[in-house]
Every structure is written in structure tokens, then in C-alpha cells.
Design a protein around this ligand. Structure first.
Ligand SMILES: Nc1ncnc2c1ncn2[C@@H]1O[C@H](COP(=O)(O)OP(=O)(O)OP(=O)(O)O)[C@@H](O)[C@H]1O
Length: 265
């Protein structure tokens, strides 16, 4: 892990949950997308964020990784308040949280190995040979050690996703955020990615926050699912996917989870 000493005046320091979102309001100008959203994510959980198009899934994720500033509310990562931190303190918090942000985030001009070494060059004190060693270990963790010297464009879509995950793992993060990791993948490759997520979560006790609307993925990887709704501008359900499918009183929730069971038109 990177240096993750608590910031001063941090009442939640060292406390679980690993992520705490408190009364978060997200807006683009006057367009309020989410209002007063609160939830917690315990260490080691795989949480999926789901909901219809435009309900604010990516917006929520972007706020949690510091790409957007909330209109209101607070976000705590590992006991450190992201929303109160500025400058180097903010960069330090973010550097300790790996972000694999879809395949497009890989640099096409660099090899797979160089992509994974990049965060180590930016945020660690390691010398180049040590960076390479760590990067090769991360590539092995995602099953890409044979492809270290390939250009990223030479990889298949599924391999690019795995390379992005290896790069996000470079700094030994506590949390990995993934935005629609199975987008554009065929069902078999998508299932392989789910298996990787599960393996990493168990082997490394990693916490995953994954935006996805793939039912197969949700049922495979999620300890809990958090469902957003565009009209409500907030959370309409949180729980185990099976419970949401079988027992939730809100038909918008059960309809989402049962959509694969309907007769195809
Ligand atoms: N950078 C931005 N500037 C202005 N409005 C934005 C911006 N990003 C998103 N929005 C708006 O915020 C709302 C939520 O968008 P968001 O991308 O978070 O939804 P989503 O649930 O991830 O949708 P999808 O499943 O279609 O990707 C939408 O109405 C969208 O138009």
C-alpha cells in the first residue's frame, strides 16, 4: 500500500467501512443527477452499481474516484475524507485507490508492461528494475505475463480489460473501481473477467465497486447490488442480488432482475 496515514481531524480514521458516502448530491450545473445519496461499502465486498440508462451510475463512480466534485455531501475512502482533501493530500488518497477505467484508458503507444509500470513511475519510489518486477507480477495475477511486450492494440478486448486491471493493481490498491468492465465483450470473455474479479477479491481481499448492468455478472460477482433510479435521483434498492430479485417490494427492482426470465419478443 501507499502511504495511507489518516488526514488530521479525521473521525473515521482506520474505521471500517472502507467507503462511506454521506448525503451526496451530484449535479452538472443545474441538472441534479443524484440527491442525498448515502451508503457504505465494507472492506472486501464486491458491490455492483446498476440501474437504467442515465440514472447516474458513472456519475456516482466518478465522484467516488475524485473525477467530479459533489454539489453537496461527503465521501470517505479508507477513513480519509476525499471531499475535504485538496492538493497533495487529495492526490495521495487517490493514488492509493486503483482505478481501471475501461480499456480506453490504456496508452496505445506503450507496451502492456509499460502501461502497468506507469503508475509506479508516477507514484512510487521504486527504481526502474523494481518497477518492472512489480509490473510483471501484476501481469501474472491477471494471466497476461506472456504478453508483457505486446502493444496494447495487439490484445483482444478481454485482454485489454485485464491489462487495465493489472495497471490498476500496480499500487496495491484497497479498492478497485470498474466502469462496465464487460462492455463490448462476448459472454465467454465476460465470464472470464467475472472469474478474475472474484479471484482477485478473494485472493487479495480487494474491494470492488463495479458499474454494470449485465445480469450474469451481477449474480456471479456481487455480494450486494445498489440500484439507482433516474426519477428518484437516488438509490431505490440495496441488497444481495438474489434477495432483490426474489423479495424486493418495488416492481422496478424485480423487473430489472427478472428481465432475462421474460419471454423474448
Ligand atoms: N460531464 C457531464 N456533463 C453534463 N451532464 C452529464 C455529464 N455526465 C453525465 N451527465 C448527465 O448526467 C446524467 C447521468 O449520466 P451517467 O453517465 O452518470 O448515467 P449512467 O447511469 O452511467 O448511464 P449509462 O448507463 O447510459 O452509461 C445523464 O442525464 C447525463 O446526460
Amino acid at each position: 500500500m501507499m502511504d495511507s496515514a489518516p488526514l488530521p481531524d479525521d473521525p473515521a480514521a482506520a474505521a471500517d467501512p472502507l467507503v462511506r458516502v454521506e448525503n451526496l448530491t451530484c449535479a452538472y450545473g443545474r441538472n441534479v443527477v443524484l440527491r442525498n445519496v448515502s451508503f457504505e461499502v465494507p472492506r472486501g465486498e464486491v458491490l455492483t452499481i446498476l440501474g437504467g440508462s442515465g440514472c447516474g451510475k458513472s456519475t456516482l463512480l466518478k465522484h467516488m474516484i475524485g473525477l467530479e466534485q459533489p454539489a453537496k455531501g461527503r465521501i470517505w475512502l479508507g477513513g480519509q475524507e476525499l471531499t475535504a482533501a485538496t492538493g497533495s493530500a487529495r492526490r495521495r488518497i487517490l493514488a492509493s485507490f486503483g482505478v481501471a477505467y475501461q480499456a480506453g484508458a490504456l496508452f496505445g503507444s506503450m507496451s502492456v508492461l509499460e502501461n502497468v509500470m506507469l503508475p509506479l513511475a508516477e507514484h512510487s519510489e521504486l527504481d526502474p528494475p523494481a518497477r518492472e518486477l512489480v509490473a510483471r507480477l501484476k501481469l501474472r495475477e491477471v494471466g497476461l505475463e506472456q504478453y508483457a511486450d505486446y502493444a496494447t492494440a495487439e490484445l483482444s478486448g478481454g485482454m485489454q480489460k485485464r491489462a487495465a486491471i493489472a495497471r490498476a493493481l500496480a499500487l496495491d490498491p484497497a479498492i478497485l473501481f470498474l466502469d462496465e468492465p464487460s462492455a463490448g465483450l462476448d459472454p465467454v470473455t465476460s465470464a472470464e473477467l467475472d472469474a478474475l474479479i472474484l479471484r482477485l477479491s478473494r485472493a487479495l481481499s480487494l474491494t470492488f465497486i463495479v458499474v454494470t448492468h449485465e445480469l450474469a455478472s451481477i449474480f456471479t460477482i456481487a455480494d450486494r447490488a445498489l440500484m439507482l433510479d433516474k426519477q428518484e435521483k437516488g438509490i431505490i434498492a440495496v441488497g444481495r442480488p438474489q434477495d432483490l430479485r426474489d423479495h424486493h417490494p418495488d416492481p422496478r427492482v424485480t423487473r430489472f432482475f427478472r428481465r432475462g426470465e421474460e419471454t423474448p419478443v
